[in-house]
Design a protein around this ligand. Sequence first.
Ligand SMILES: [Zn+2]
Length: 106
Amino acid sequence: MLCGLCGRKMQSHQAHGAAYYRCRYPNEYALANHVQHPRNVYVAERDIVPALDNWLLKAFAPPPHRLTDTIRRLHAAQPEAGPSTVAPEIATVNKIIAACDAKLVQ
Ligand SMILES: [Zn+2]
């Protein structure tokens, strides 16, 4: 989660049994960078979760909605990986899936 004032990554923070995101921005940095920023900015996780849930529901809505586009975007955002970077567990699972696919074809 990024701070809307300075664009930096916010840190997780626990207080009074609740989860928060916090951005600490020292006054010296704010003055040097000409940024209007309180020393601390807090956002309660409970205030964000409903909006995030709604966004996820839309992003992963089954076809014909946005699911296919979301999967395409997630795939495109992944770094290029060659076959040598596949974890051994994934290679084993891929072999099992290929064997099952071959049985289904027969
Ligand atoms: Zn900030």
